[in-house]
Design a protein around this ligand. Sequence first.
Ligand SMILES: Nc1ncnc2c1ncn2[C@@H]1O[C@@H]2COP(=O)(O)O[C@H]2[C@H]1O
Length: 373
Amino acid sequence: MKTNYSKGTSWHDVENLLCQLEKSDQELERILPWFYEHVKCFKQVKEEAVKQVIRKSEYAPIKRDHVIVRQGEVGDCCYIILRGTVSVYAKRTEDSDYLAQDEPGVRTTIVKNHKERSKFGAEVSVLKSGDKFGDLCFYKSNNERNATVIADENLHLLVVDCRVYQVLLADKFLDMKDQLRFMEKSPLFKGYPYDYRVTLLEKMRARRLHYGSAIVRQGDLVKSITIICRGEALLKINPKKLSQQYKLDGDQRPLTVIQKRREILKRGYAAAEEILKRKNVTVATLGICELIGDIEFVLGRSQYHITAVANTEMLVMDMELNELQRLMAKRDGGVSEFLHSTVLCKLSSRADRCTKTGEQKHSILHTRRKNFK
Ligand SMILES: Nc1ncnc2c1ncn2[C@@H]1O[C@@H]2COP(=O)(O)O[C@H]2[C@H]1O
């Protein structure tokens, strides 16, 4: 069990202790609450492990504009940001996502302005206090850094050796191993080398969801495709909303309040249930390796046509649509074929279940045919 947060520990106390060569158990226990409060990536880690990480790691204050890690270098440690922010830059080459060779001017350790920073590629991420970086290379066969990380302000880091990371932290951080294992199985990533999948991992957002929480909502803008890594999702459609979204001219006009009351009075409970069903039709359950947002992506729709709800505890990964497009454009390991065939299958079965009226079903199938030509 973690101790209660103590408001009495200041950053000054923490820094003083980190600078000491020897740290007693008592001293470490005193600063632990500060770590749990400020270092997001320690939240899942037990007290004993956090103490060991602090003891075995090096405290490093870094000046603003300094290059901390460089893309293409071999990495043997990772970093936890105690205070400050960093920017992450990545260069893309034709065939891989990392820089194979240094270019003139890139071996500088201090970069003062935007122009100098741009030599390291495009800014892909900004990380702040409590975040970690530099552990992605541990999962690659050649241990090469995937990106360059530069201090945006004066920084305070904890430098964690890769062995310490493997023993004390690897299992706790973001289910990385689980996700990589999952990517091996998923048809979406079939045909891509392991190292490339590791790079992709950093570009995806992992979400843990509890039973009943919404993964996506019908009508929301589609910004990413969601991949189910663990658990099961229930897909629901509100047919009325669907008609508006897809501008279908089916004959299912919504009932007025008076019409609804009359129906319920006339036919009782069965009618009430039917009215409820018209609002929300469960069209499918999705499991591991299945995708949410693939239909919208393939059909070029900007809004979700379904609401997806977690039917169990879940782990999902979101990949932004432009990342998916890159995945397909760069080296299509059969991704577009896979997406098109699954989407065709899904549309047929959902059109059947979504509505009983032949006309509306016809319209959905018609939309499908038009888009697949
Ligand atoms: N989009 C990104 N692509 C690659 N690395 C990133 C990205 N965002 C953050 N990083 C971090 O930048 C680090 C660079 O070194 P590593 O490859 O060891 O680990 C990398 C990640 O921790």
